[in-house]
Write a protein that binds this ligand. Structure first.
Ligand code: FES
Ligand SMILES: [Fe+2]
Length: 349
């Protein structure tokens, strides 16, 4: 009842598979898997266990020009469909197979379908700003693992009022925490919007916009889609002016439950808005700074809080939060996710 199974989850940035490959192991939704790139460029994802005596396949190697994975223990070989295709100990190939997961590469990420029904490619959210030909200045494609349930991390992202306190100076200031908040649903997406006017710009928004520290208007929209894929659209613009006159970023925040109490969090951002004034060297410095500031915010500021929340909830599972107006977005998305999971559970029974 805790995970939505018929959904895509991100296992890694595509470049990680190529850099750390050929065999990369991951745990998604408590399932251990090994991933590799097939000779045709597609992605293979197999359960990370050999059916013979349960050795982890990621400790083996790719053989037959990358077509088969060889178990490290006694050498059985399996192809990308999980079929056993070679037994070095005799002529009979045992009729065993390794479970496989549908996996695709999209928007520079590797997505794995964790359900039993037919994978639906249209359920992969739009992160096209990350595509290589998008034309955007993209920050580092980064990730952290947080020792916290994915819902706590999602709730953190769906209520960005915390930025004023937890990310004081980097993303916002306490004195400008008040915002107009609205929540709307469109198709598969929920949008949580916060608008603030005439506020002092914090370090990151100022860096991306004018760099003069003068008051600005700020629009922040967090897009959520089930189960836990988020995208932030953040714009800083002249007081009383139009959004198109400003600059900001698109931010990908993609969560993958590893276990009940740990979450793999992939993030990257693209600067957007009025054309960047400066040469390629300045643009590279802005990209670097954007990567650093976001990493600090997520790893050094968000992570300790969501991990502490998780520790408390493990000790006090009956605890219920006090709900404020700022919790409208998280509450709505939690409700939708509960409904989807419960519909899936009923369907399977
Ligand atoms: S455990 Fe894999 S071949 Fe024996
Ligand atoms: Fe945060």
């Amino acid at each position: 009842m805790t995970y939505l199974r018929n959904a895509w989850y991100v296992a890694m940035w595509a470049e990680t598979l190529d850099a750390d490959g050929p065999l990369v192991s991951r745990t998604l939704l408590d399932e251990d898997m090994v991933l590799f790139r097939r000779p045709d460029g597609g992605i293979a994802a197999l359960e990370d266990v050999c059916p013979h005596r349960f050795a982890p396949l990621h400790m083996g190697k790719l053989v037959e020009d990358g077509r088969n994975i060889r178990c490290p223990y006694h050498g059985l070989e399996f192809d990308a469909s999980g079929t056993c295709v070679r037994n070095p100990h005799g002529d009979r190939i045992p009729p065993c197979r390794v479970r496989t997961f549908p996996a695709v590469e999209k928007h520079t990420l590797i997505w794995v379908w964790m359900g039993v029904s037919q994978p639906d490619l249209s359920l992969i959210p739009d992160y096209s700003f990350l595509d290589p030909d998008s034309g955007y200045q993209i920050s580092k494609r980064d990730h952290v693992t947080m020792r916290s349930n994915y819902r706590l991390v999602a709730n953190n992202l769906l209520d960005l009022s915390h930025a004023a306190y937890l990310h004081e100076g980097i993303l916002a200031y306490p004195e400008s925490v008040r915002a107009e908040i609205s929540v709307r649903e469109e198709g598969n997406y929920v949008y949580v919007e916060r608008n603030r006017t005439n506020v002092k710009p914090a370090l990151l928004p100022d860096l991306l916009f004018r760099g003069d520290g003068q008051p600005v208007d700020v629009m922040t929209v967090m897009r959520w889609s089930a189960p836990c894929h988020l995208m932030n659209d953040n714009m800083t613009f002249p007081v009383g002016g139009r959004i198109e006159e400003g600059a900001g970023l698109y931010g990908a925040h993609i969560l993958t439950p590893v276990t009940e109490t740990s979450t793999l969090y992939h993030f990257a951002a693209a600067r957007r808005g009025v054309p960047f004034e400066g040469d390629e060297q300045t643009a590279a410095e802005v990209r670097k700074k954007m990567s650093e500031l976001r990493r600090i915010a997520f790893e050094e500021q968000d992570e300790p809080i969501v991990e502490a929340q998780q520790r408390y909830l493990l000790k006090h599972p009956e605890a219920k939060p006090v709900l404020l107006k700022i919790d409208t977005g998280p509450a709505r998305c939690n409700r939708i996710l509960d409904k989807l999971i419960s519909a899936e559970t009923q369907h399977e029974q």
